[in-house]
Ligand binder design. Structure first.
Ligand SMILES: [Zn+2]
Length: 136
């Protein structure tokens, strides 16, 4: 057996093992919504981002961003409900794709809000995504 074949088997085993551990891991509920399995191209993309952009991406993927669910867990908000729709827990998934209040916006307008949010977070790390939504 060639060494390259052995390396290939080890690499395949390592990817399977990382995916298995990721799926068996309890917790990381929000990150698991967005990251289903190991993806080297996405990892490479993320690691090539400027530090500020990477921080925003990680915050959105993990839910550790200035949304009410996270702020409630930290004891900084009374409740975890979305301030726009008042219907569901305020999470990244809700903010990006599921909030009924945001769904009424035109897709172009919604895209502008996300871009504004990212721009504002770069300038002021503690800006709330909802402040951006409410400013339109
Ligand atoms: Zn909402």
């Amino acid at each position: 057996m060639y060494p390259s074949t052995i390396c290939s088997y080890i690499s395949i085993w390592a990817v399977r093992e990382q995916n298995r551990l990721w799926h068996e891991l309890s917790g990381c509920r929000q990150a698991k919504l967005f990251l289903h399995e190991l993806d080297y191209s996405r990892a490479r993309f993320a690691l090539n981002l400027p530090r500020k952009d990477l921080r925003i991406l990680v915050g959105l993927l993990t839910g550790l961003v200035d949304l009410n669910r996270h702020l409630h867990i930290m004891g900084l908000r009374q409740d975890s409900v979305c301030p726009l729709c008042q219907e569901e827990e305020d999470t990244t998934a809700l903010f990006i794709a599921q909030c009924s209040a945001i769904m009424f916006f035109h897709p172009e307008e919604h895209s502008q809000r996300l871009h504004s949010f990212i721009r504002d977070v770069k300038q002021h790390p503690l800006v709330s995504p909802h402040k951006v939504c409410q400013s339109f």
